[in-house]
Every structure is written in C-alpha cells, then in structure tokens.
Design a protein around this ligand. Structure first.
Ligand SMILES: NC(=O)c1ccc[n+]([C@@H]2O[C@H](COP(=O)([O-])OP(=O)(O)OC[C@H]3O[C@@H](n4cnc5c(N)ncnc54)[C@H](O)[C@@H]3O)[C@@H](O)[C@H]2O)c1
Length: 289
C-alpha cells in the first residue's frame, strides 16, 4: 500500500483514531493536514512526524464552522497543491438519557458529528469537482450507526445520519470518481473512551462484549482507513466497514446500564426479548413452550 504524494486532510487528527490515521498516512508517504481545534496538541504530533521526514500541516479548525472549514481547505490547497483524501474523524458525545438531555447537548453532538462531516465533505468535494481531481472521503462513524445504546440517543442519531450521508454522497460523487465510505469503530482505547474505561466495572462490561477479547487500538482503525484511501479500494463506494473486533455482532452494553448494574440497580435495566432464556416468557408458557 502506498500513498506517496497524496494529500490528506484528517479532522480531529491530533487525538485518538484521527491521530492514528495521520501517523499511518504519513508512514505511507502522504502529505497530511491536521484539522483540529487544539493547535498545541496538533503541533506536538506534527513535530514528531516532521522528525521522521513527513510533510504535515496544522490548521486550527472547528468543523462545525463553515467559515473555518472553507478557510482550512483553501490553506491545504495553497500549501500542498490540492486534496486527494478527506477523513472526517472529529467527533464528540455526552451521556444523557433523552428525558434528561439538554438542547445544548443535542446541538453540540449533531453540530460536530453530523454537520461537521457535511461541511468538510462539501468543501472538499466542491474543490475536487472544480479541479477535476478524483478522490476519497472516509467518514469515521460508529457501530452506533446501527446499534442503539441507551443514554446516547443524540450520538446514535448523529452516526445513523453519517451512515446515510455516506451512502447519498457516494451516489452523488461517483460520476466524478470520488469514493465515499465509512469506517465504524467501537471499543477503541482513545481519549474519548478514557472516562469510561477508568471505571473498572464499565471497562469489564465493555470488554465482555468484544468477541475478539481486547480493546481496539487507533492503528486497527487507521489500517482500514488507509485501505479505503488506497488504490486497493478503487471499486468500493457507499460502504461501511465495522472495525470493532466483532462488537456489532453482539450489540453493546449501555454505559448507563453497566453503571446501574455496578450500583446494584438491576431493576432499572430494561430487558429485551432475546435476553430471556427459552420458555421464560409468559407468551411462550401460554403456548406450552
Ligand atoms: N473510540 C472509540 O471506540 C470510537 C467508537 C465509535 C466511534 N468513534 C468515533 O471515532 C472518531 C474519533 O474519536 P476518538 O475515539 O479518536 O476520540 P478523541 O476524543 O480522541 O478524538 C476526537 C477528536 O475530535 C476533535 N474534535 C471534537 N470536536 C471538534 C470540532 N468541533 N472541530 C474539530 N475537531 C473536533 C477532538 O478535539 C479530538 O481531537 C469520532 O468521530 C468518534 O465518534 C470512536
């Protein structure tokens, strides 16, 4: 696999999965733009990669601001002469059931996860079409684009939106030779997961639901992103690859419920039909089953 000379923008590229993608792209020879809000953290990563001879540009960007996104794309083109790859990795979440959720929480998660993906994709796609440049857009979604998790309705709705946005954009951009795909991770040890994983009960509950039996690493995701960015994935568009050690096969324990369980509040955890042992349901007993 080789990305020599390719120019890639990675939003949220100074942390977690985004930083893993930046490292992987630089190792494959790409010129990389780190588009994130915390410049100090971005510069630290850029310096590390410069030392290895990589070309890395830091542009302070809030993906929820159309003005900042458009300015970032212009700077990337000015610095590196064009754009071949966009990876939308910036994302956030809060933990709140719908009845307790603040309007501000809903807006924050939607603005960064869904609107940010739209704004960056739009700005890059406009440039690619005008320049007649073929390209790749890769959205970092989540297994919650198809698996609900209590306490994160806004996050699930945003990632479900990313899934359909990916498919629709892929359809619109296919005639221009621009592939659009998503990578849906889960259980990757990153700063976003830190608060959850430091609580032993939550860490254990989550680990139990990863069939491969370990937490993922940013590089697990970055390798699949690199594949989608490379010529090896030339004929793949509109698709979503789950990079989660098999977690989407078994569902996901809600952090809210794992917390309730740890507190001994079993009665607060709703049961879903497939959790019941055979013959335990009233309906089955009525049927003599
Ligand atoms: N870690 C996991 O297990 C996991 C699971 C499913 C999905 N994801 C998704 O992966 C992506 C990366 O998450 P991560 O786990 O690496 O977390 P992270 O917190 O390490 O990285 C998220 C990055 O996005 C940046 N960001 C947030 N808001 C931004 C904004 N408005 N503008 C620009 N940058 C902004 C943060 O500063 C940070 O750099 C997210 O989209 C997340 O939803 C992660």
């Amino acid at each position: 696999m080789d990305l020599t000379g390719q120019v890639a923008i990675v939003t949220g590229g100074n942390s977690g999965i985004g930083a893993g993608v930046v490292r992987q792209f630089a190792a494959l020879g790409a010129k990389v733009v780190i588009a994130a809000r915390d410049v100090e953290r971005s510069e630290a990563l850029a310096e590390e990669l410069h030392a290895d001879g990589a070309e890395v540009l830091v542009v302070k960007t809030d993906v929820a601001s159309a003005e900042q996104v458009n300015a970032m794309v212009t700077r990337a083109v000015d610095a590196f002469g064009g754009i071949d790859i966009l990876v939308n990795s910036a994302g956030t979440g809060t933990l709140s059931t719908v009845v307790d959720m603040l309007e501000e929480e809903w807006d924050l998660v939607m603005d960064i996860n869904l609107k940010g993906t739209f704004l960056c994709s739009q700005a890059v796609a406009r440039w690619m079409i005008e320049a007649g440049r073929r390209g790749r857009i890769i959205n970092i979604s989540s297994i919650n684009d198809k698996i609900p998790i209590a306490g994160e309705a806004h996050y699930c709705a945003s990632k479900g939106g990313v899934l359909m946005f990916t498919k629709t954009l892929a359809l619109e951009l296919a005639p221009y030779g621009i592939n659009v795909n998503a990578v849906s991770p889960a259980g990757i040890e990153t700063p976003m997961m830190e608060e959850t994983l430091v609580v032993p009960e939550l860490r254990h509950a989550l680990l139990k639901q990863i069939p491969r039996g370990r937490f993922g690493r940013p590089e697990d995701v970055a390798k699949v992103v690199a594949f989608l960015a490379s010529e090896w994935a030339e004929w793949v568009t509109g698709d979503t690859i789950y990079v989660d050690g098999g977690m989407h096969l078994v569902g996901e324990e809600s952090y809210v419920y794992a917390f309730e369980r740890a507190m001994g509040h079993e009665h607060l955890i709703p049961r879903v039909p497939f959790c019941w042992p055979p013959g335990a349901l009233e309906e089955e007993q009525d049927e003599g089953g």
